[in-house]
Design a binder for this molecule. Structure first.
Ligand code: M6R
Length: 366
């Protein structure tokens, strides 16, 4: 059932090119500039007239929500707030029938997310679900929705659910951008065909596996680890850190790279591995100067870079390449090496990768 892989997590990491294609299937017609999503079509006015979109989720799904904030604001120009479902539900939120709430959940059973949905519905908001499990509680409780179609995710650490959530949310943002005219036809066509090419690029990113295994061996005994990214890749840094801590039990923190100098820089010494996402498009020069700051404090730098990069290669201790892409689609690629890194480190530390201690696949109690 693990299809020849040692763990479900690794199988699911490798399934991502296919899973992302399955998310597109029947929805994306790049040649015609079309995206078909019935749940959006039938409720287009609710989205276009919304004061704002509020995204609620937990854990990795919350990270997908943070990526979506960048995508929706950047492409569709709709204001977005992203909230932990557990905080949203207990703080008497200001929400009305002019708001749209998007709930993101792989399992569709997360108690806090479900409770946030019920609260938003009581206050008249339109609620849209992005779930993986068909017929789940959240899928049934929402007014409309879009499934990720990632297939069953067995590993407790979420991998393909994350990338397919981002894929669905990108399709939604592009569809809304097309309907509201916030993106030119030509840019829309470009984005759609780039999106169609993402599975092949994910495949390419997976080719770094052997290199990542070597790097993992160097850092497997670390006790702390810092992940940095900016813009669209800030949430990816958070996700990379969550993945490492939940399966390898190494303490890890994700930060927006520029926040480093407001505190975390004090932690950096020759023992501290710092994983920096430094892809070419999106604040590249600024990230390079963050890397210089880490280097001058003797931190160990593992950089995720765009294919062919030379500048960071000269500074970093290790570089892992991902294919070139626009900034808005880069999280689908930069996430891959971070998943593999946490996987290999956890295996090398003898951890139970698929079922880490103290964790359940879906958190159905608050
Ligand atoms: O099923 P959900 O997407 O609602 O689950 C949310 C979180 O419990 C989940 O993403 C959790 O953080 C994962 N273990 C992360 O890998």
């Amino acid at each position: 059932e693990k299809g020849g892989y040692e763990h479900f997590m690794l199988k699911e990491i490798y399934e991502q090119p296919h899973a992302i294609k399955d998310t597109f299937r029947g929805r994306l017609r790049a040649d015609q500039g079309l995206i078909r999503m019935a749940g959006i079509d039938q409720n287009l006015e609710r989205f276009l007239n919304a004061n704002r979109i509020i995204i609620v989720a937990c854990g990795t799904s919350w990270h997908a929500g943070l990526v979506a904030e960048y995508i929706f604001e950047d492409l569709a120009r709709i204001p977005v707030e992203v909230e932990y479902a557990s905080e949203f539900r207990y703080r008497n939120p200001v929400i009305s029938d002019k708001d749209v709430l998007i709930a993101i959940s792989q399992s569709g059973e997360t108690a806090d997310t479900l409770a946030a949905i019920k609260l938003a519905k009581e206050r008249g908001a339109f609620v849209f679900g992005v779930c993986n499990v068909v017929g789940s509680s959240i899928a049934r409780e929402t007014h409309a929705g879009a499934y990720t179609h990632a297939g069953p995710e067995i590993g407790v650490a979420s991998t393909k659910a994350f990338t397919t959530q981002i894929t669905v949310l990108t399709l939604m943002a592009l569809k809304l951008a097309k309907a509201s005219g916030t993106l030119s036809e030509s840019r829309l066509h470009e984005m759609l065909s780039e999106l169609e090419g993402i599975p092949a690029k994910v495949e390419k990113a997976l080719e770094s596996n052997a290199l990542i295994e070597i790097i993992s061996d160097v850092y497997k005994d670390s006790t702390n680890c810092l992940y940095l990214g900016r813009g669209y890749n800030f949430p990816v840094a958070l996700e990379g850190a969550l993945k490492l801590k939940e399966i390898s039990y190494i303490h890890a923190e994700g930060y927006p790279a520029a926040e480093m100098k407001h505190g975390p820089i004090a932690l950096i010494d020759e023992q501290m591995p710092v994983i920096v996402i430094a892809t070419r498009r999106g604040h590249y020069e600024k990230v390079v100067s963050n890397i210089q700051e880490i280097k001058s404090r003797k931190g160990k730098i593992i950089a995720i870079v765009t294919e062919g990069d030379e500048q960071v290669r000269d500074l970093a201790d290790h570089v892992i390449e991902v294919p070139e892409s626009s900034e808005s689609l880069s999280p689908l690629l930069t996430t891959i090496p971070l998943q593999l890194l946490s996987y290999h480190i956890a295996v090398m530390r003898g951890c139970n990768v698929d079922q880490p201690r103290n964790l359940a696949k879906s958190v159905t109690v608050e």
